[in-house]
Design a protein. Structure first.
Lengths: 103, 181
């Protein structure tokens, strides 16, 4: 017989001895202390992997800054250069040719 | 400026990648009894308690290694995933030490219906007579929060298949328990 919450009442009845079993306080305490002890032990490993990870992050940032600086520098110089070229050609073209045309 | 912004976003994402550590005492109180009942379906009480401890320790280690992703499900489901493997490993170890060919035939427990430990042992023996997939599904059904739908999701099976497996397992269990009681 199946009920609405996706379970079987007859099976629940059959499994009743297992469902009603529960650990005693001593077992619960044992698990808690085992977990806490393991947590503390693995804390060292965690700190080491965190340090390693922090180093990786710093290295990645450094590489990023260097690449970024190089990219910015090369962009700036090319903009400046093209600006100067445009100024020279502007002077040459407009002044001289317009005067030529007037004569 | 754009570069600095990108760098900040990257660093923030990396920092947010780490999971916040749960309160392990609360996890033990919440998951421990359910895991105990799960193992009790296959092993005697002392072995079940040891396997719960093994599962909880593995859970802490896996959480530390960043293998647990809370977006994929609750920590209880993750613990049950580990418990499934721990159970299989323990069964494998147990079968390696068994010298008799059909141990289940020798282990038929005597049942005193008033003794809870006897009833549990009898039920455990009955479960051990089922097919492996039926055993796994029945063990999932011990948890009150499990439903056909959640089990189907966990085992990556259609709900109909789960229902038919469980129905067949239930009938077998009933027959075995009626005969041996």
């Amino acid at each position: 017989m199946k009920n609405n919450d996706g379970r079987d009442n007859e099976l629940d009845q059959l499994l009743k001895p297992l469902k009603s079993a529960s650990p005693n306080d001593l077992q619960m305490q044992k698990w808690k202390s085992a977990v806490q002890m393991n947590n503390r032990k693995s804390g060292k490993v965690y700190a080491t992997s965190r340090t390693k990870w922090a180093f990786q992050l710093v290295a990645a940032m450094f590489v990023g800054i260097v690449i970024g600086a190089v990219a910015f520098k090369s962009n700036n110089s090319s903009i400046l250069q093209s600006h100067i070229v445009a100024q020279i050609s502007l002077d040459d073209a407009t002044f001289e040719r317009s005067h030529d045309n007037l004569d | 400026m754009k570069f600095c912004a990108t760098l900040t976003v990257f660093a923030t994402n990396v920092l947010l990648m780490g999971e916040i550590e749960p309160g392990w005492t609360i996890v033990v109180e919440d998951v421990g009894p359910d895991l105990y009942r799960f193992f009790l379906g296959s092993f005697p009480a002392h072995a079940a308690a040891d396997l719960v401890q093994e599962t909880l320790i593995r859970l802490v280690q896996k959480h530390r290694d960043g293998e647990f992703d809370s977006s994929k499900g609750a920590i209880k489901n993750y613990a049950f995933g580990i418990a499934k493997f721990v159970r299989l490993e323990a069964l494998k170890k147990k079968s390696n030490f068994d010298l008799v060919e059909d141990e289940t035939q020798l282990d038929v427990p005597s049942v005193d219906n008033t003794n809870h430990a006897d009833l549990v042992a009898h039920l455990r023996w009955a479960i051990s007579q089922l097919k492996p997939i039926e055993q796994e599904l029945i063990l999932q059904m011990i948890d009150e929060e499990s439903s056909f739908e959640t089990i189907a999701e966990k085992f990556n099976m259609p709900v109909g298949t789960v229902k038919s497996h469980i129905h067949r397992a239930k009938e077998k269990l009933r027959q075995i328990m009626e005969v041996k009681t």
